[in-house]
Design a protein around this ligand. Structure first.
Ligand SMILES: [Zn+2]
Length: 401
């Protein structure tokens, strides 16, 4: 087979965005936005083997399990693809997450489905360019299958795997994790994003502490708002966008834990944060939409704690950066007006978090124009892409700080 090449990658992420709990039209602005610089990407997956210089070289790490006989000398070129354009420059090994490739977002593939690798395997494009390596049980987004060849979209790179390398069955370890901690778990790269689609089928009027050890009590979960024009329930909007975000994040190599994927759950704000904590998520993104008595109120905001928060004030800087990155990227991707990051200690689901957290208030469902916009598929895809861009930017920021 044709030996693997490594592409030289240069990351150009530029988008940033953010925010959670029902925040009824608040606009007590903090600062606004910091441009996330773009240094290294987070080291997420282990880098495949060493750079190939000129001479063909056998793969030293994960053998491609199926369509390449292992005994075959590496020089032979029986790559199933027809094109395989020769790479002219000596490729370099990506040290971090690959830069986003040229393919459209995974969300553009309607027939995509989440599969899992059966064994550790190199992920490469049809011309043999190695993009990364995946451990066994790694969740991937399959976008097409022709005969025995499955196309995977990974960070914008269209890669191919043999159908025998994949399974639709959730890995046993992930099932065990879910049974222990709750949530729906998609193991992939080293960074884990906890996604909480705000609200659920029924509100929970009982009260719970505002933060760990607090004597102040707050209703466990509100019912959320609804579209003034579309009548769409906020819980539904939040869930649909969160599911798109899940797919986009998996295709970018992130591990994802979904707090819920249906409306039929009974989880308070504090419980949701505790599930995210239990997973040790690297970021906790709470997806919400806003409502206001002022029908003209519009725009997006993100929410985090203050530096003086008695429960997790030490996470302020990270949560603020996350909120800022999410807000900027989200607004850039959707065209929604950028309002502000709101730092407040009144949100139970933030106060219970022991990891960087943000509430993404996507827009105002009380504003007819934004309500109708947020109901469209195109908008929702852009929202998910913008939030994923924001997470990429946040981890770049984290790497640089
Ligand atoms: Zn909400």
């Amino acid at each position: 087979m044709k030996r693997p090449f490594f592409v030289l990658l240069t990351l150009t992420l530029a988008l940033l965005t953010a925010c959670g709990e029902p925040a009824s039209g608040n606009t007590s602005a903090d600062e606004s936005s910091k441009t996330a610089t773009t240094p290294a990407v987070t080291p997420e997956l282990t880098t495949p083997n060493t750079p190939v210089t000129t001479a063909p070289q056998p793969m030293t790490t994960a053998p491609i399990t199926s369509n390449v006989p292992e005994t075959e000398p590496p020089e032979t070129t029986d790559t199933p693809t027809t094109e395989a354009p020769p790479v002219t420059e000596p490729p370099a090994v990506p040290e971090d997450l690959p830069e986003m490739g040229p393919a459209p977002s995974v969300l553009e593939y309607a027939d995509r489905k989440i599969l899992y690798t059966l064994d550790e395997t190199l992920l490469m494009t049809a011309d043999g360019t190695v993009v990364t390596d995946l451990r066994a049980g790694h969740a991937v987004l399959a976008v097409e299958q022709i005969d025995e060849t499955v196309t995977i979209l990974y960070r914008g790179w269209l890669c191919v795997l043999d159908v025998d390398q994949l399974t639709g069955d959730v890995p046993a370890s992930a099932v065990e994790t879910q049974n222990t901690m709750g949530g729906i778990y998609y193991p992939a790269g080293a960074k884990l994003i906890a996604v909480d689609a705000g609200h659920q089928g029924k509100a929970m009027k009982e009260k719970e502490p505002l933060g760990p050890g607090s004597t102040e009590l707050k209703a466990m979960l509100s019912s959320g708002t609804a579209g003034v024009s579309t009548r769409i329930a906020e819980r539904e909007l939040n869930l649909q966008v969160s599911l798109l975000l899940r797919d986009e994040l998996i295709s970018r190599g992130y591990s994802v834990m979904m707090i819920r994927e249906t409306h039929e759950v009974t989880l308070s704000n504090a419980q949701r944060a505790q599930i995210a904590n239990a997973y040790g998520a690297d970021a906790f993104v709470r997806v919400h939409a806003n409502g206001s008595t002022n029908p003209d109120a519009r725009g997006a905001m993100t929410i985090c704690q203050t530096a003086k928060n008695p429960y997790n004030g030490e996470l302020y800087e990270e949560s603020y950066a996350l909120s800022e990155c999410m807000l900027e990227s989200y607004c850039a991707a959707t065209g929604i007006k950028l309002n502000n990051v709101w730092a407040t200690d009144t949100m139970t689901g933030i106060n219970w978090a022991q990891i960087p957290v943000t509430i993404m208030e996507m827009g105002y469902m009380s504003n007819a124009e934004e309500d109708e916009l947020m109901a469209t598929t195109a908008f929702r895809k852009n929202a998910a892409i913008g939030m994923a861009d924001g997470l990429d930017a946040f981890f770049e920021w984290e790497n640089a700080n």
